[in-house]
Design a protein. Structure first.
Lengths: 403, 414
């Protein structure tokens, strides 16, 4: 009963301050919406997200025009023929003009290809930029298909020339092979194990599949400012010491504070998940039990971190500063801002030392693959282990220096 | 003299605050450091994690077939040169391979169909392999798709060579010639791997590495965000001093409201200039960021400092007490920072409305000026963002200072 009274007092103290709502709910909602809108998702937006690729076609052959069509069909770039004036400022167009690259097709490229002596095309692109790298990949893939078609044509011609049977008609040209390749003998179908739509052909994440859980994890940490502050103020104004003079055990006092923090973070997480599910279409209900367990584990861990901060910080200013640093480090390294998959090997390894990385792993498994408890038990256990560790250190600290 | 003393007092107070030091210097450097660490790699280009692909080879070659295409495909994907990209593990069935993906043990599952060899040998028109990918690892899935597609293209090329040969030949030699064409194409494909299809030329001009460019974009954005925070925090010293009673005590000395206002503004401006100088120097040394030519950098810094100090004065003019500063600064600076593009500085293809919206915030114009600096542009080509940033700062001061003068004058405080 005393435990509940202490927890209730803490919660009342936090909720009475209307500023709490800003940090607990409004800011994470605003950040989630913003990043969801900002992240380009080819399947979900109407604007053309393809990169601009300038083309200077000095060849003008059927094959060079087909190369541009092939680039457009592949979907990564939007080829645009440059006029004479633009062609004089290729470097500027790539550096500052919004072009991912400029493709130069030399005169006679098509004829050389047909003749079996292919020439390389030139791509002016900055390989130190994301767009430049993507342009190189897109152009390389398209040109490789043409070279392969030329090799098929050459192989057929060479084989027929050797003869050995009754030959009917001439060997196909490169364009003929490209036509035949439209229905390849061996094709690839790509399916994605998406939650809620297993077997969908799209490989795109929804725009909020990263932003929504990412901001939940980040602001679960940021929300600790409020709860850790309660503990620090009680230690500063000796309320904690006075409470200890009453017939209330230390375990009950600390348990009450912890319970308040768990309840606060859990309510915050559940409200943000409900917002994600109902307003943004994020599949938190793909596996309700797994989502529920992730939420509880996250709340327990975040509360233990709040206790840790509250146990070590001496002033309110320290609580704010340490909470901010904890938020940046834990959210950034743990993959709340961007999936750890896109980072380097060292970052991924260090990231998984952070409990936030395991929370994000569990969320993404549920949201994107519809994973259940059987697939998420490992990150859940690791989160709980972190919670036990942090709580243990906090209790040890408060037992040694309660004031 | 009194003005300098007031300014110096505020500067010292600000640099003694642990929280402000974290916000002024620690946070922007920490955030940039995280991004730098996340995307740095020995090659200087983004590093791609090896993706595990579970392969279920269900291919059943026709009786007497000269090849087992499924097995050849698996062998091709297991080549040592592909090891940095793919880690191939075999699965007994399609379900087992897919289960590895749903469990998170593999990034993709490749199922080679039973008629794979038959399609190679033209006994069926076509066969379709399926790749089942983990949406939680889209990059790895993309790599697996590209590599498998290229391998299948080689197989398709061989099959097409055989088929196109066969349609031109009649008689008993047709089959042998088709087989020879397929083999010849496979050999030519191996040789062709060494051929260059595309010459990549770098555009003229300086090109920092991928990670340095990213760090520069993040550092520029975070510097602006936290400079605006410091500007607002500096202006809020009026509120704190009023509540602590030190402002009233100050007015018991022969000090005018104008001197107090000017002294505090000067103190904030000096703090901001020190903050900017430290951030530019440390980021240049640690992350190798080249901020641009000296004069544009000095002008961009000065314009940003004026805008941040002015914006801070305007904000504080509408805040009632120091308890309101946290939420007010948090909400307004975060919202204008977001709209100004500070949280999306590294995004490459933002919807068009974002760029337009950024022009309605001082942070957006400050960012435009810093982008111009980083591009190595001269003063002439960044005149517009500089002028607008300065104009916003001046306008904020023109609106905010009279309000502050009324609220914090000798008569109002005493």
């Amino acid at each position: 009963m005393k435990l509940l009274a202490i927890a209730g007092k803490d919660l009342l103290q936090v909720v009475r301050d209307r500023r709490s709502l800003i940090f607990l709910l409004l800011m994470p909602v605003a950040f989630t919406l913003f990043f969801g809108l900002a992240i380009p998702s080819t399947g979900a937006t109407t604007h053309d997200a393809r990169m601009q690729l300038g083309v200077v076609d000095s060849d003008g052959s059927v094959l060079s025009r087909r190369l541009q069509l092939g680039l457009a069909d592949a979907g990564a770039v939007r080829p645009e023929t440059l006029d004479r004036l633009q062609a004089r400022y290729i470097d500027d167009l790539v550096r500052r003009g919004g072009y991912a690259g400029v493709l130069r097709i030399p005169p006679g490229w098509g004829a050389a290809l047909e003749a079996g002596t292919p020439e390389a095309v030139t791509l002016v692109a900055d390989g130190n930029t994301q767009d430049g790298l993507a342009a190189v990949q897109a152009v390389d893939a398209a040109v490789q298909r043409f070279l392969a078609a030329q090799r098929v044509a050459a192989t057929v011609a060479g084989t027929l020339a050797v003869g050995g049977g009754a030959i009917q008609g001439g060997a196909p040209d490169v364009a003929g092979v490209l036509d035949a390749w439209r229905s390849p003998p061996l094709a690839l179908a790509v399916e994605t194990a998406r939650a809620g739509a297993v077997g969908a052909s799209s490989t795109n994440e929804g725009p909020y599949d990263q932003a929504s859980p990412g901001m939940i994890v980040q602001f679960a940490v940021y929300g600790l400012i409020l709860s850790a502050m309660v503990l620090v103020i009680e230690r500063k104004n000796r309320a904690l010491a006075r409470l200890a003079t009453t017939p209330t055990s230390r375990a009950v006092i600390l348990g009450g504070h912890t319970l308040a923090m768990v309840a606060l973070v859990l309510v915050q997480v559940l409200v943000l998940e409900a917002f994600g599910q109902l307003a943004l279409g994020v599949h938190y209900l793909a596996s309700p039990l797994a989502t529920g367990l992730v939420s509880v584990a996250l709340a327990l861990w975040a509360a233990s971190l709040g206790m840790l901060l509250g146990a070590f910080a001496r002033t309110e200013e320290q609580v704010v500063a340490w909470s901010l640093i904890a938020m940046f480090v834990l959210a950034g390294l743990g993959g709340a801002w961007f999936p750890l998959e896109v980072t380097g090997a060292a970052f991924r390894t260090v990231g998984h030392v952070m409990p936030t990385a395991w929370a994000m792993d569990a969320y993404r498994a549920v949201l994107l693959r519809g994973a259940g408890v059987a697939q998420t038990w490992r990150p859940l256990l690791i989160l709980l282990a972190f919670a036990a560790l942090f709580q243990g250190v906090a209790v040890w600290r408060l037992a040694r220096r309660p004031d | 003299m009194k003005l300098a003393a007031l300014a110096w007092r505020d500067v010292r107070r600000q640099f003694r605050s642990g929280l402000l030091l974290v916000m002024m210097l620690g946070a922007p450097l920490l955030l940039t450091g995280l991004i730098y660490f996340a995307f740095s790699s020995p090659s200087g280009t983004p590093e791609i994690a090896t993706v595990t692909v579970a392969v279920a080879d269900l291919d059943v070659p026709p009786a007497g077939a000269p090849l087992a295409a499924g097995r050849m495909l698996v062998a091709g994907l297991s080549r040592p040169e592909l090891a940095p990209l793919l880690h191939i593990v075999t699965a007994d069935s399609a379900d087992a391979a897919r289960a590895m993906v749903t469990r998170g043990d593999a990034g993709a599952a490749l199922v080679i169909p039973a008629d794979f060899s038959a399609a190679m040998l033209d006994e069926v028109p076509s066969a379709t392999a399926s790749l089942f990918t983990d949406p939680a690892r889209p990059l790895g899935a993309g790599v697996a798709r590209d590599v498998v597609q290229r391998a299948l293209d080689t197989f398709s090329g061989s099959a097409l060579a055989a088929r196109l040969t066969a349609v031109h030949v009649t008689g008993p030699a047709a089959s042998a010639l088709a087989g020879r064409a397929a083999a010849n194409f496979a050999m030519s494909a191996t040789r062709a791997m060494r051929n260059r299809a595309v010459d990549v030329a770098m555009p003229q001009g300086d090109s920092p590495s991928f990670v340095t460019r990213m760090a520069a974009q993040v550092m520029g954005a975070m510097m602006i965000f936290f400079v605006f925070f410091t500007g607002a925090y500096g202006a809020s010293s009026f509120l704190r001093e009023q509540e602590e009673g030190t402002l009233a005590r100050l007015y018991t000395t022969p000090t005018t409201t104008t001197t107090v206002l000017a002294g505090k503004f000067l103190g904030t401006a000096v703090t901001l200039l020190v903050q900017v100088a430290v951030l530019l120097s440390v980021s240049s040394l640690v992350f190798g960021i080249r901020w641009g030519r000296p004069l544009p950098v000095v002008l961009a810094s000065a314009a940003m400092v004026l805008a941040a100090a002015g914006f801070g004065v305007l904000l504080v003019a509408f805040v009632r007490n120091s308890r309101q500063t946290g939420p007010m600064f948090g909400v307004v600076l975060t919202a204008t920072g977001m709209i100004g593009g500070l949280m999306t500085s590294t995004f490459t293809s933002l919807p068009a409305g974002f760029e337009l919206a950024s022009r309605f915030t001082p942070q957006g114009w400050a960012m435009a000026a810093w982008r111009a600096c980083l591009d190595g542009r001269g003063v002439a080509s960044m005149a517009l963002p500089l002028a607008v940033t300065l104009a916003i700062g001046a306008t904020c001061l023109a609106v905010g200072v009279p309000i502050m003068r009324r609220r914090f004058s000798q008569g109002a405080v005493s």
